[in-house]
Write a protein that binds this ligand. Structure first.
Ligand code: GSH
Length: 249
């Protein structure tokens, strides 16, 4: 039995969530060093040169970036698969994952979540209401109009739960942390799809740790999560004070 995989990154991050659900789906043991974005130490900056979470460490590789990590997991542990079989479906799954990571990341994380949560609780700043309003009135509707035409009325996108389902739903979970939910009267397919995916056991079992992280002061995350039964490793790449990020979006 090899050592468990270590994932560096907070349960609050959608990119970390995406990786943890994939690990769970494939039945791979893991530990989580739950550092909040911006709170990495020098060693974290060495292994994640853009200072972003998640990072995976195992006996074979140290790897940042959720997409690179999930592709590695898929190559190393092919069953059950994260990607469908047909080339056209595989291509579409990869595109929807990319759309989630870039556009949903930009709007749900950098606009909504950043303004309502990170600015206040990491940087002691205030919320720019105009940014939040533009996200809710213009940017999110444009995303939802597109998804409404792409998502299935029942089940998941390509049969079993896969990378595109997981990546998309992971961002809507952060939207819910910012008290946003998809209006089901205007986007019924999207609302029911997101609800269905977030009820998958892989997502459900992360909820207590996400909720605990949200209500616990950042310096106490590790201890609180360990006490609650989260798989926390003995050492951390966390720092006591935050540093501004390297990338702007
Ligand atoms: N492309 C990366 C994006 C990861 C990302 O943006 N992570 C955020 C947390 S949700 C982060 O680490 N932000 C800190 C920063 O930008 O400095 C991935 O897929 O892993």
């Amino acid at each position: 039995m090899s050592d468990p995989v270590t994932i560096v990154g907070s349960y609050i991050s959608p990119y970390v969530r995406k990786v943890l659900v994939c690990l769970d789906l494939k039945g791979i043991d893991y530990e989580v060093d739950p550092i909040v974005p911006f709170f990495g130490n020098d060693e974290f900056g060495r292994i994640s040169p853009v200072r972003r979470i998640p990072v995976l460490l195992d006996e074979a590789v140290t790897l940042p970036d959720s997409t690179a990590i999930c592709e590695y997991l898929e190559d190393r542990y092919p069953s059950p698969p994260l990607l469908p079989e047909r080339p056209a479906d595989r291509a579409r799954a990869r595109w929807l994952e990319e759309f989630a990571d870039t556009r949903l990341g930009e709007v749900f994380i950098w606009r909504l979540f950043n303004e309502l949560v990170i600015n206040r609780f990491v940087w002691d700043g205030t919320t720019d209401d105009a940014v939040v309003r533009k996200a809710i009135e213009e940017e999110i509707p444009q995303i939802l109009d597109y998804l409404e035409g792409e998502l299935p009325a029942d089940g998941y996108l390509f049969g079993g739960l896969g990378i595109a389902d997981i990546a998309l739903a992971a961002f809507f979970r952060n939207a819910s942390f910012a008290r946003y939910s998809v209006p089901a009267d205007r986007w019924p397919r999207t609302a029911s799809f997101i609800g269905r995916v977030l009820e998958h056991p892989g997502f459900v079992k992360l909820r207590p740790f996400e909720e605990l992280s949200l209500r616990t002061p950042i310096p106490k995350h590790r201890d609180a999560l360990r006490d609650a039964g989260a798989p926390i490793p003995a050492t951390t790449l966390g720092a006591k004070t935050p540093r501004r990020g390297i990338l702007s979006t």
